[in-house]
Design a protein around this ligand. Sequence first.
Ligand SMILES: [Zn+2]
Length: 118
Amino acid sequence: MSDYREPDRNDVVQALLYLAAYVAALVAGAFFLMPKYWYLMLIIVLGCFLLLVRWQTRAFGYECESCGSRFDISLAANLTAVNWGTRRYLRCPECGRRRWVRTLAKNGSRDRGTGEGR
Ligand SMILES: [Zn+2]
């Protein structure tokens, strides 16, 4: 059972760091591997993308503003859901409605609970 809280600046910074690391891996991969080892490049692109999505799936939950329920989504749902800033278009498991839901951070998604981690 997870506790949800409002996403704060640390969550945004963490997300941006992961995204930057992903882009850096792609640039490095393209530089060293292309075009000869394009299949390795493909593995890096897809592998890192899945890692990124898996982290995001674990670190964030969602709140339905219609019925107020808070819920997680699966990795597959995360891959297919439309993302717009801090909102996503998802089906609420409680009331069954498809709607834009609010993104929440989950407690325990950080390794150490002080909120001061880098
Ligand atoms: Zn709902």
